[in-house]
Each structure stands twice: as C-alpha cells, then as structure tokens.
Design a protein around this ligand. Structure first.
Ligand code: A3P
Length: 259
C-alpha cells in the first residue's frame, strides 16, 4: 500500500491511502459498499470492454476490471483506459466513478452470509448487525453512501450512481447510462443481459472457480435477490437499525422505505 502520490495535482492528505501508484486522467473506478453488486457491474463492464459475447470467467474479469485489493501490481502496468474496482470513497481523486448502492438491509444479509462462509463470524444475524467492528471494514454504509450521493449532486459530477435494484429491473437503461458515462460502445444489450444473469454467473463460478469458492466452498453468487431482509430482521432488529434517524432519512432518499 502506497501513500497517494502528488500526481494530477493530488496531494497526500494523510488520512487517505490509495492502493495503486498513480491515478491516470482516464481511469474509471467502480465503487460500492461491500455486497452491493460491484462484482456484477464488473462482469457487465468486462464483457463490454472485451467485446465478447462468450461468458468470461472470474479470472478474466479480474484481468479486465481488476480489484484494487487483489491486483495492485497488475493495475500499475495496465494500459489506459483502466477500470478499477474499489471500496474506498476517495471520490475527489477519481477522474470518473461508477457507484453502486443497494438496500442496506439486503447488504447486511449478504455480508452476514459472506462472513459466515469465510468463518469470520459465527453469531446470529441479530448479533451481526450490532457488531460494527465486523460489519464496517470500510466505515458505515451511511457515510459511504452519503459521500457518493453528495458527489453525484455536484454541478459537474464525475460520479454516476446506480441502484442494484434498478440494474435488476431496468438492465437496458443501466447499460445505456453506464456506457454513455464511460464513453464506450456496448455489445448487444439483450445478449449482455443474458450472459450476466445471476444464474449464468453462478454457473461460470462453478465451472471455472473463484477465490471465494476456493476459500469457503460456497458460491460468491449466493442468492442475488432484493428484499430478502424481510425474512431476517425481527422487529427489535428493525428498531435498532431505524434508531439512527440519519440512516433512515438516507435510506428513504433511495426509496428503501422504512415504513
Ligand atoms: P447476495 O449475497 O444477496 O446474493 P458485491 O459484488 O458488491 O460483493 O455484491 C455481491 C452481491 O451481489 C451478492 O448478493 C451477489 O449474489 C449479488 N450479485 C452478483 N451478481 C449478480 C447478478 N447478476 N444479479 C443479481 N445479483 C448479483
């Protein structure tokens, strides 16, 4: 890990670190809170950038839209323009950002299963949502998402925001907006939708593997549904979550209504 260099007039602010050596003016960062659909967007972009209608594997996607925490050295050597996945909200250092947000309640369910699968947590769901140290490796959802929202509302925003739920319900519109924002040409959208469908990605994972599958013996592509939180949260869990009024306001702004 390196301190942010003084490239593009960037300065080292002490509190922030970037994993790569330099940011280039034509870099695009794919940013989300963990478990919000980042990998799905990486698969979509990788298929478009490769021009392939053949299904790409996890490894191939890692080569085309790499994860800043996994492929740091490769990223430094990649030709431009680069598309890089990260969870760090260093928006003002990113020339362009695609940000993905998902209903926090579903994020918590997804993250809970992720931690269980990796044996990094073994309590019940109620305890998990009350364990900030386990569930907040990148700070709180509220801080993450509110920073993205603020960046998306700037006068000339360099950040475009997508809801996971909208990628599901209006794939074509998402791809249109994403490719326009990135200045790239999509492959056939119908085909793209088919090859990046949840069950297809899960099949690819089973056939060609993933780091998560190797480590946990479980699929990274776990369920891919919206609204599953309803069968996980008891009333006391909801009361706990909703006691944070700023969080409630933010969730409601995204249409994640708290009733
Ligand atoms: P679930 O655990 O709810 O299934 P991230 O990549 O940001 O870590 O997000 C992972 C979540 O996105 C997982 O949620 C995963 O299944 C879901 N996901 C990945 N690809 C998807 C797809 N094609 N359609 C729907 N959900 C998808």
């Amino acid at each position: 890990m390196r301190w942010l260099p003084d490239k593009l007039g960037l300065v080292n602010h002490g509190a922030f670190m970037l994993q790569i050596n330099e940011v280039r003016p034509d870099d695009t960062f794919i940013v989300s809170y963990p478990k919000s659909g980042n990998t799905w967007v990486r698969f979509i972009l990788a298929q478009i950038l490769s021009g392939q209608t053949r299904q790409l594997s996890f490894n191939e996607v890692e080569d085309i839209v790499p994860d800043v925490y996994r492929s740091k050295d490769a990223i430094d050597k990649m030709p431009s323009p680069r598309f890089i996945k990260t969870h760090d909200v260093l928006f003002r250092y990113y020339p362009k950002t695609i940000y993905v947000v998902r209903d926090y309640r579903d994020v918590l369910v997804s993250f809970y299963h992720y931690k269980l699968a990796l044996k990094e947590y073994e309590g019940d769901f109620s305890s998990f949502i009350r364990s900030a140290d386990v569930r907040e490796p990148f700070g709180s959802w509220k801080d993450h998402v509110s920073k993205a929202l603020a960046a998306s509302k700037e006068e000339h925003p360099s950040l475009i925001l997508f809801r996971y739920e909208d990628i599901k319900s209006d794939f074509e519109k998402t791809v249109r907006e994403m490719t326009l924002f990135c200045g790239i040409q999509s492959i056939n959208t119908e085909e793209l939708k088919e090859i990046t469908r949840f069950d297809k990605l899960r099949k690819v994972e089973n056939e060609s593997g993933s780091e998560f599958l190797t480590r946990s013996k479980q699929n990274f592509f776990r369920e891919g549904q919206s609204g599953v939180w309803q069968s996980y949260f008891g009333q006391s869990d909801l009361d706990y979550l909703y006691s944070d009024h700023e969080l409630v306001t933010l969730m409601n702004q995204f249409g994640y209504f708290t009733g």
